[in-house]
Design a protein. Structure first.
Length: 254
């Protein structure tokens, strides 16, 4: 694995998400990519039961939120993110700073354990399971995934995942990744480093600056939260079409 960047690609008002994905596919195909199968990332959100007793605080005083994510790149692993203090009881869930989250990984049996813990953690019925799935492509040292995001079959937008395989330090390859992304996505890709990665690089020292699969999980979690809110500007009017990328005849060297 390597450093991964996620980008929510806007969908013009006169096109559907599959049409936009097909357009992006043609662009990267022109760069010499090869299709290497499919992928899927999904997320379900759980809330602690009102009857949960917290030592020293009684029952139902603090409602904890647990996000459970699966990534087809790691089929034997379940990624979980616990929001320690989501706010006052019964308020809508808001993501906390990455520094305040508790992130842990388990094997796939954790899903079965959650079924046994239904009296402790309950599925959030308002936040249904959200999924990003589509095809994956390889081009040189890059891995590109074009995912259509949906909730119970309703399309919410498009997520483009780009992974630079040879590098595990964000600061060392950010400029290369952004240049590659702008080459086939155009000017809709900002030059600024995404919020989560910026926080990681600003706060990290030594080994903690090394990119891990959990960092990809956090990026998906933030984008999924925005899609659930209807944010990220996933729809553009016909007068706000994304700028076409510069044409290129060759892709990155292998």
């Amino acid at each position: 694995m390597g450093v991964t960047v996620l980008h929510a690609y806007p969908v013009p008002a006169d096109k559907t998400a599959p049409q936009v994905v097909e357009l992006i596919k043609r662009r990267i195909t022109n760069l010499g990519c090869s299709e290497t199968g499919q992928f899927q990332v999904d997320c379900e959100t759980y809330h602690s039961s009102p009857n949960l007793v917290v030592p020293g605080q009684g029952s139902g005083q603090i409602q904890k939120t647990l996000h459970v994510l699966h990534n087809s790149e790691y089929p034997a692993t379940v990624f979980s993110v616990l929001e320690p203090q989501p706010g006052a009881k019964n308020q809508p869930t808001q993501l906390q700073s990455p520094a305040n989250r508790i992130t842990f990984t388990t094997d796939y049996l954790f899903d079965l354990l959650l079924l046994k813990l239904s009296s402790v953690y309950e599925k959030n019925k308002q936040n249904q399971k959200i999924v990003s799935k589509g095809n994956r492509y390889e081009i040189g040292d890059f891995l590109v995934k074009l995912g259509i995001v949906s909730v119970t079959g309703s399309v919410k937008g498009i997520l483009v995942e780009v992974e630079y395989l040879p590098c595990l330090v964000v600061q060392s390859c950010w400029s290369l990744i952004i240049e590659f992304m702008q080459g086939f996505l155009g000017s809709v890709v900002p030059n600024q480093i995404p919020t989560y990665l910026k926080l990681k690089t600003d706060q990290s020292t030594g080994s903690s600056s090394v990119y891990t699969p959990s960092d990809t999980t956090h990026q998906y979690l933030e984008h999924f939260a925005n899609f659930r809110k209807g944010g990220t500007g996933t729809v553009l009017s016909s007068t706000q079409q994304p700028a076409q990328p510069q044409s290129s005849t060759t892709g990155p060297n292998r």
